[in-house]
Design a protein around this ligand. Structure first.
Ligand SMILES: [Fe+2]
Ligand SMILES: [Fe+2]
Length: 272
């Protein structure tokens, strides 16, 4: 029986629309990859082309960021809306981590690079399901309310810039998750929602790894091309993230993930 390539597996995830189905296929793909690695015979990477936009379910309705209703997290309804927004981010993250594999498959990378993104995609799939379970336990579901339309923008902007993709997705966007998640954990602790607190704690712990993978492979490529990592990061953030970065930052977790202070603090745009 012929074996799939890793880029074929990635494209199957990207072209599946339903969230639960996408994450199921994603987790199976991760199992297939790691079983092949453990057997000492990893799947070929291949060269399947990813779609420009991943398939998504008909719902949620996607709205421009300024039209997504504001959340008041003091009410149960507001907390459901917050979990819905995070579930939407997690589903995008599943696609982002699978997309980087075929998108830049023409660039030779060590095996550990593929292991890292497959593991990250598998974890995002788990995160999406944990949040869907919480939404369903609270009488809602993913798709029940509108979500942010701009999430795939970073992927499109960096579709031809490998270092730009690593700088923006894990090292800016996922690092932002490290800044805001402790506040969310506190919010659910205060209302004694233990199950949601536990889900968010799992997510928080695993996201440190994703930022670290970004930093690791960004530094690897800087070494390959004889570039100064800090200068390169600053240039890429200015190119793709012109609004600048917003404090407060979680300096401790960012350090744990291999993001030094002088990478992001100089990128804070002074309010004029
Ligand atoms: Fe996640
Ligand atoms: Fe992540």
């Amino acid at each position: 029986m012929s074996r799939p390539t890793l880029t074929e597996l990635a494209c199957t995830v990207l072209t599946t629309a339903d969230g639960r189905e996408k994450t199921h296929i994603s987790r199976e793909a991760a199992k297939t990859w790691f079983a092949s690695v453990e057997a000492g015979n990893p799947l070929e990477i291949g060269n399947s082309q990813p779609p420009n936009d991943p398939s998504r379910p008909n719902r949620p309705e996607l709205l421009p960021p300024n039209e997504v209703p504001r959340r008041r997290t003091g009410t149960e309804k507001g907390r459901i809306a917050l979990l819905h927004a995070i579930a939407h981010i997690e589903l995008n993250a599943v696609d982002l981590h699978w997309d980087i594999i075929p998108r830049f498959a023409h660039i030779k990378m060590p095996h550990g690079y593929f292991d890292d993104w497959v593991k990250a995609a598998d974890e995002e799939s788990k995160h999406f399901n944990l949040l869907c379970d919480r939404l369903e336990a609270m009488g809602s579901f993913y798709g029940d309310m509108p979500a942010h339309a701009g999430m795939w923008r970073a992927a499109k902007d960096t579709a031809e810039d490998f270092m730009g993709r690593l700088a923006i997705v894990p090292m800016v966007l996922e690092a932002r998750g490290l800044d805001v998640t402790p506040g969310m954990i506190d919010l659910f602790k205060r209302v004694k929602d233990t199950k949601t607190t536990e889900a968010l704690e799992i997510i928080y712990a695993e996201e440190v790894g994703h930022v670290a993978y970004g930093s690791k492979w960004f530094h690897f490529l800087c070494g390959r091309h004889d570039k100064d990592p800090k200068e390169r990061f600053h240039t890429l953030v200015q190119t793709y993230f012109s609004g600048g970065l917003k404090p407060p930052f979680n300096d401790e977790k960012r350090a744990e993930a291999g993001l030094p202070l002088d990478f992001y603090w100089p990128m804070v745009r002074e309010k004029s």
